[in-house]
Ligand binder design. Structure first.
Ligand code: SF4
Ligand code: SF4
Length: 55
């Protein structure tokens, strides 16, 4: 799971629908990528503040 959502996330929710596998969920303080992530990278460009990083 090399993709993670950093603390730059402003919890806008824009990335959720970009994920073909439903792997982005709302966490307590920011959104999170779950183990369902298949590393496609589709969510990266959906984030307006570039909070989704490939590690
Ligand atoms: S990399 Fe792909 S599968 Fe993983 S969270 Fe982003 S959109 Fe979903
Ligand atoms: S699009 Fe970016 S800022 Fe918005 S919820 Fe997703 S990771 Fe957070």
């Amino acid at each position: 799971m090399p993709f993670v959502i950093s603390d730059e996330c402003v919890a806008c929710g824009s990335c959720v629908d970009s994920c073909p596998n439903g792997a982005i969920v709302e966490g307590e303080e920011r959104f999170e990528i779950t183990e369902d992530c298949v590393d496609c990278g589709a969510c990266v460009d959906a984030c307006p503040v570039n909070a989704i990083k490939e590690t």
